[in-house]
Write a protein that binds this ligand. Structure first.
Ligand SMILES: [Zn+2]
Length: 222
């Protein structure tokens, strides 16, 4: 396991519950009862003094854990079906999430599929989109967003990771967007219209009550 992947390996799967856990949430050593998200092999939680706490494979393995954050990102995107993007109002909705597939000559980390289009999601952990890849994305006119996971907070939990990926926009960069072809499902217009109707109705009710009162008072006077 190389230095980068090792220090980043703070997430694992709880063997008994299947939940994603952070190294800070588990017992030290083999008692953590965790397996690797990438290869499924057993892990131990290294929680010593000298190094940042992390997970390490118990038996020697070729697995370098480099796609763990990609796998977590996919899981989070599948569970949410919407995310905030810097160039979109509200949340961008999608129906399907595809991982690691080939699109023409591009191999994006994740593809979000809507009823009308696709958005390529690149998860940058140790490497960012190359000039060559960007040229291909622009050449094919794909919508593409790069998510910067290279400098996550030291003790970033799964929930915080989810917040960064779904709710925040500061770690996302729209590297290409083809424009109007994508229809973001927005219902805010409809909501405002309904609120407007309710407001009219309420003021009408209020007005007629007031009118009745005045009318009754006038009648009582007579
Ligand atoms: Zn592994």
């Amino acid at each position: 396991m190389n230095q980068t992947a090792d220090t980043l390996n703070v997430f694992a799967e709880d063997k008994s519950t299947g939940n994603i856990v952070h190294v800070s949430e588990v017992l030290r050593g083999n008692a953590c009862d965790c397996i690797c998200i990438e290869c499924g092999n057993e892990l131990q939680a290294r929680k010593g003094e000298a190094r940042r706490h992390h997970f390490k494979h118990i038996t020697g393995t070729e697995c370098d854990g480099e796609t763990i954050l990609h796998k977590l990102a996919k899981k989070i995107l599948v569970n949410n079906r919407q995310l905030a993007l810097p160039n979109q109002e509200g949340y961008f909705q999608y129906a399907e999430v595809i991982e690691e597939c080939k699109l023409e000559s591009i191999r994006p980390d994740i593809i979000l599929v809507t009823t009308t289009d696709k958005v390529l999601i690149e998860i940058a952990v140790t490497s960012f989109i190359t000039e060559e890849k960007l040229a291909k994305i622009q050449g094919q006119s794909y919508n593409a967003v790069e998510v910067d996971f290279s400098s996550l907070p030291r003790e970033c939990s799964y929930l915080e990771l989810e917040k960064i990926l779904i709710d925040q926009i500061d770690k996302k960069e729209v590297v290409n967007w083809k424009g109007e072809q994508l229809k973001v499902e927005k219902n805010s217009g409809m909501t405002y219209f309904l609120l407007f109707l309710v407001a009219i109705f309420l003021s009408w009710v209020g007005y007629s009550k007031l009118k009745n009162k005045k009318f009754r008072k006038r009648r009582q006077r007579r």
